[in-house]
Design a protein around this ligand. Sequence first.
Ligand SMILES: NC(=O)c1ccc[n+]([C@@H]2O[C@H](COP(=O)([O-])OP(=O)(O)OC[C@H]3O[C@@H](n4cnc5c(N)ncnc54)[C@H](OP(=O)(O)O)[C@@H]3O)[C@@H](O)[C@H]2O)c1
Length: 208
Amino acid sequence: MHTLIIGSGFVGSALAQRIVDAADEAILASRNPPDLAFPWTPLDVTDPDACAKAIESTHCDSVVLVHGPSDVTWCNEHSGEAVRAHETAARNIADVAGARRIVMISTDNVFDGTDPAPAEDTPTNPTNAYGIAKLAAEQAIGQAPNSTTLRVSLIYGWEPADSTKWLNFFASCAHRLIAGEPIRERRHDIYLIDYRLGARTGRSNQAF
Ligand SMILES: NC(=O)c1ccc[n+]([C@@H]2O[C@H](COP(=O)([O-])OP(=O)(O)OC[C@H]3O[C@@H](n4cnc5c(N)ncnc54)[C@H](OP(=O)(O)O)[C@@H]3O)[C@@H](O)[C@H]2O)c1
C-alpha cells in the first residue's frame, strides 16, 4: 500500500511514521519541504492541476488529507481563506482520486459543543470559521466514491519549541515547564486527563 499524505505537519508526519513502522510506504506532500526523513513531494492542494499530477506521479493507492490551515484563531481571522483552502482542496482531491481510498482528518469543531459526546448522526452546527471550513471540506470529499472522514478532537504530542506554527497544548505546557515558566490557562483549568478525554472517539489513538 502506498499512501499520499497531504500535509506534512504535526499530524501528517506522525501518520507517516506509523505507516512506515507498519512496513508500508508513505509520501508526504506540502508546499514547503519538511525537515523530515520521509519521501516528500511539493504540492499546493488548492491547485487542481497539481493535485492531478501528484496523484499520478506518486502512484498512490490511497490519500490522506491532513493539511492546514489548522490554527483555529487564524481561521477565524481569515475565514474566507480558510473555507477556500479546505473546501477547494477536498474538491480537488475528490475530482482526481478515482476509486482510491481517501481519508480526511476533520474535526469536532463541526459541532456546536452542546452535546458532550457527539455521534455520527449528531447534527452539525459549526460556530467558528475553522469548523465551517472543515464541514465544507467534508461535504466536498463526500462526493468521492471511496472516502472516509474522521472527526477528530484534540490531538497532543511532542512538537519542537522552535516550530513556526501554534503548538498543541501538551507540547506548549512541556516547553513552558522546561523553561521554568508557569502554565496558565486564562479561561479555566485544564488537566491532561480532561484533554485526553476530549479526544475520545474510540476511532483511533490520537496521541502521538
Ligand atoms: N492538530 C490537531 O489537534 C487536529 C485535530 C483535529 C483535526 N486536525 C486537522 O488535521 C489537519 C492538520 O493538522 P496539523 O496539526 O498537523 O497541522 P500543521 O502541523 O499546521 O500542518 C499543516 C500542514 O499542511 C500543509 N499545508 C498547508 N496548506 C497547504 C496547501 N495549500 N497545500 C499543501 N499542504 C498545505 C503545511 O505545510 P506548508 O505550509 O508547507 O504547505 C503543513 O505541512 C488540519 O486540517 C486539522 O484540521 C488537527
